[in-house]
Design a protein around this ligand. Structure first.
Ligand code: F6R
Length: 615
C-alpha cells in the first residue's frame, strides 16, 4: 500500500522518480506527488487522483531539475484523497519533504504537541507530523539521518518514511518499521523504493533493509543503522528478473499478461523439486524432519486470494498426511487467542510478503513457539524474513492488483509442502509422490489448453455486463475455487458475487435464486470421488428448477452434467485434488472480461491496492 521512490545520482531525479512511480502505481492510486532538491531549495508538486493527474500538473507547472528527489503514490488511510492530503508533506519553512507508507498510530498526540510549539499543519494525514518533527530535529543536528533516527524513536505504528532536506542536497534518507523498503545500488547513484520494480530499469543490485533501520543514500554509497544509531548488518541480493518482466508486453492490461503467464509460472514453481534419487527436495524448508514429524497440526494463515489457496491446501494436507489442518483469515486468527504451541506448524501464504495481517499472525505464532513456513512470491520481503523457512513461488512480478498467477503458484507450493510432509512423515510412498509430481508437471500444458479455449467465456462475460449478481458454487476443492471466482468478480467488476459450498445452498442462499440469475458451478471430476459429482449434478438441477442460468465448469468427457448446463466450459481432466489449478483459470478470464465490458480499470480496481500493509 502506497508506493515510495527516492533517488540520488546524476540523472534528473524527477524523471527517475516519475518512472518509478509508474511502476508502483499498483500499490495505490488515490493521489501522487514528488519533491526535488534544486538550486539550494526544495520544489514539490502533488495531485489527487492517478499519476496522470500529476503528470498534467507537471506539464503545466514544471519543477526545476535536480539530481535528488522523492515520490509517492497513495492509498489513503488518514484523510481523503485530496491534493492537500497527497504526499510529500513539507514543514512550515518548506525545507524538508517526506513521503510515508503505513500508519503512525500516535500522530494525534504528536500533532497536538507540534501545534503547541507553533507549527501549522495543513492536511488531515498522520504523515505531516513527521515533516515537522524532522525539521525540528534537523535544526539541532544538521544531519537528516540522525534527525530521522530521533523522530522514528518517537513514532508508534508501521511506517516506511523517505525524506529529503534542502540543506543536505545530496542525501535521501529512508526508515523502515514493518512496511517494505528496498535499496537499489547503481553506478554513482542509489535508489529507495517500496518494491524493486521501481528501479529495475536502472539496477538489479538490491539491499534488503531490516526492521527499525534507517538508511542514508548518497551517490557513492549507502549507510544503514538501527534507530539507535548502531551500524546494521544488511543483506545484498541480485534481482533475478529484469525490466521486461514488469512491462505489459503488448497486452492491454497486466492482468491479461499475468493470466497468460500462468503455464510458465506453474512450471517454474515446480522446477528442480525432485533430486537424483527421485525424492522430493525442498531445500528451502529449513525446518528439521524431526520437527515436521512431530507436528500435531498445521495452521494456514493468509488473506484474500492467498487464503483461498490455503483452503484448497487443507484438502491435500489432510488427505495426504492425515495431520489436522486449520485455515484461517490472518486478521481473525491474530486476535482470537488461537491455540498454538511448539508442535504446531504454521504456514503463512502471501504473494507480496508484506501483508500486515499475515505478518502479525506469523509473529504471534512464533511468540507461541510454533515454527512458521512462508509461501511467498517476493524475495527478501518481510514475511519470509521473519519466518523459520520459506518456499518461494516463481510467478515473477505480479503487478495487476487482482491476483492470478500468484494464486496458481501458491497452490503448486501448497501441494509440494503437503507431499513433503507426506514424505517426511511416511504417509506417502515415494512412487505415490512421484506420480503426483508427474500430474503436477502436466498442469502447465493443461492451463495452456484452457487459455486457448477462452473466447466463448469472454463472449459470455460480455453478455452479462448488465447483471447485478452472479453466484458461484462448488464442492470439495471446488468450493474455494467458487470463493475465488466470486472474489475476482467483486474486485474487478464491482458486482455482487458470492461463492457457496453447493451443499449449503439449500440451507438459505437458494432463496437468492431467481429467473435468469447467472450461477457458475465448478463441477468435481466424475472420476475418483464420483459421489460428489452426483451431488452437484442434483444441486444444478435444483437451481435450474428455480430459473437460474447455469454456467458449468466441467471436465472434458463429463457428459452427465451437459444436459443441465446453459453454458458449458470445458477444462482438462486432472486428479481430483489438482482440479483448482485448471478450474480457476476460466473464472479469472470471466471476471477480467466482465470488468472490461463494464468499463472498469482492470489493473487498478477502485478502493484497492496491492500489498496491504495496514491492519
Ligand atoms: C485478490 C488479492 C488479494 C490478496 C490479499 C493477500 O485478487 O489480490 O485478496 O490475495 O490481499 O495478499 P498477499 O498474497 O500479498 O498477502
Amino acid at each position: 500500500m502506497c508506493g515510495i521512490v527516492g533517488y540520488v545520482g546524476s540523472q534528473s531525479a524527477l524523471e527517475v522518480v516519475m518512472a518509478g512511480l509508474k511502476r508502483l502505481e499498483y500499490r495505490g492510486y488515490d493521489s501522487a506527488g514528488v519533491a526535488v532538491l534544486a538550486d539550494g531549495g526544495l520544489a514539490a508538486a502533488k495531485k489527487a487522483g492517478k499519476l496522470v493527474n500529476l503528470e498534467k500538473e507537471l506539464g503545466a507547472r514544471p519543477l526545476p531539475t535536480g539530481p535528488t528527489g522523492i515520490g509517492h503514490t497513495r492509498w489513503a488511510t488518514h484523510g481523503g484523497p485530496t491534493d492537500a492530503n497527497a504526499h510529500p508533506h513539507l514543514d512550515n519553512a518548506g525545507r524538508v519533504a517526506v513521503v510515508h507508507n503505513g500508519i503512525i498510530e500516535n500522530f494525534a498526540v504528536l500533532r497536538a504537541e507540534l501545534a503547541e510549539r507553533g507549527h501549522e499543519l495543513s492536511s488531515e494525514t498522520d504523515t505531516e507530523v513527521v515533516a515537522h518533527l524532522l525539521a525540528e530535529e534537523f535544526s539541532g543536528t544538521a544531519d537528516l539521518a540522525e534527525a530521522m533516527r530521533l523522530v522514528c524513536r518517537r513514532l508508534e505504528g508501521a511506517f516506511t518514511l523517505v525524506a529529503v532536506h534542502a540543506d543536505e542536497p545530496d542525501v535521501v534518507v529512508g526508515a523502515r518499521r514493518n512496511s517494505p523498503l528496498v535499496v537499489g545500488i547503481g553506478e554513482g547513484e542509489a535508489f529507495l523504493a517500496s518494491d524493486v520494480a521501481a528501479f529495475i530499469a536502472h539496477t538489479r543490485s538490491a539491499v534488503e533493509l531490516g526492521q527499525d533501520q534507517v538508511v542514508e543514500l548518497r551517490r557513492d554509497g549507502v549507510t544503514v543503522t538501527g534507530f539507535d544509531g548502531r551500524p546494521a548488518e544488511v543483506r545484498s541480493y541480485h534481482v533475478d528478473w529484469d525490466a521486461s518482466a514488469a512491462e505489459k508486453a503488448g497486452y492491454d492490461y497486466f492482468m491479461l499478461k499475468e493470466i497468460a503467464e500462468q503455464p510458465k509460472a506453474v512450471a517454474d514453481t515446480l522446477l528442480g523439486r525432485i533430486d537424483a534419487a527421485g525424492s522430493l527436495t525442498l531445500d528451502e524448508v529449513r525446518i528439521g524432519a524431526a520437527e515436521l514429524r512431530e507436528a500435531d497440526k498445521v495452521v494456514i494463515v493468509a488473506c484474500g486470494t492467498a487464503f483461498h489457496a490455503g483452503l484448497i491446501a487443507k484438502y491435500a494436507i489432510e488427505h495426504w498426511t492425515r495431520i489436522p489442518c486449520e485455515v484461517e483469515l490472518a486478521s481473525e486468527f491474530r486476535y482470537r487467542d488461537p491455540i498454538l504451541g511448539p508442535r504446531s506448524l504454521v504456514i503463512a501464504i502471501s504473494q507480496s510478503g508484506e501483508t500486515m495481517d499475515t505478518l502479525m499472525a506469523l509473529r504471534h505464532a512464533r511468540e507461541q513457539g510454533s515454527k512458521v513456513l512462508a509461501i511467498c512470491n517476493t524475495n527478501g520481503s518481510t514475511i519470509p524474513r521473519e519466518s523459520d523457512a520459506v518456499l518461494y513461488t516463481h510467478a515473477g512480478p505480479e503487478v495487476a492488483v487482482a491476483s492470478t498467477k500468484a494464486f496458481l503458484t501458491q497452490l503448486v507450493a501448497c501441494y509440494l509442502v503437503a507431499l513433503y510432509l507426506g514424505q517426511v512423515r511416511g504417509t506417502k510412498w515415494a512412487d505415490e509422490i512421484r506420480a503426483v509430481i508427474r500430474d503436477l508437471a502436466q498442469i502447465s500444458g493443461q492451463v495452456e489448453r484452457v487459455l486457448e479455449t477462452m473466447e466463448p467465456v469472454r463472449a459470455l462475460a460480455r453478455s452479462l455486463a448488465d447483471k447485478k449478481t452472479v453466484l458461484f458454487l462448488g464442492r470439495h476443492v471446488g468450493y474455494p475455487v467458487a470463493l475465488e471466482g466470486a472474489l475476482k468478480l467483486k474486485e474487478l467488476a464491482y458486482m455482487h458475487a458470492e461463492g457457496f459450498a453447493a451443499g449449503e445452498l439449500k440451507h438459505g442462499p437458494i432463496a437468492l435464486v431467481e429467473e435468469d440469475l447467472p450461477v457458475v458451478v465448478v463441477v468435481p471430476s466424475p472420476r475418483g470421488r464420483s459421489v460428489l459429482h452426483d451431488k452437484i449434478v442434483s444441486n444444478i438441477q435444483e437451481i435450474r428448477a428455480r430459473g437460474a442460468r447455469t454456467i458449468v465448469i466441467a471436465e472434458e468427457g463429463d457428459e452427465a452434467v451437459a444436459p443441465y448446463a446453459d453454458h458449458l466450459v470445458r477444462i482438462p481432466a486432472t486428479p481430483v485434488l489438482l482440479q483448482p489449478l485448471v478450474a480457476t483459470v476460466p473464472l479469472q478470464v470471466f471476471a477480467c472480461e466482465l470488468a472490461t465490458a463494464r468499463g472498469n480499470e482492470v489493473d487498478q480496481p477502485r478502493n484497492l491496492a496491492k500489498s496491504v500493509t495496514v491492519e
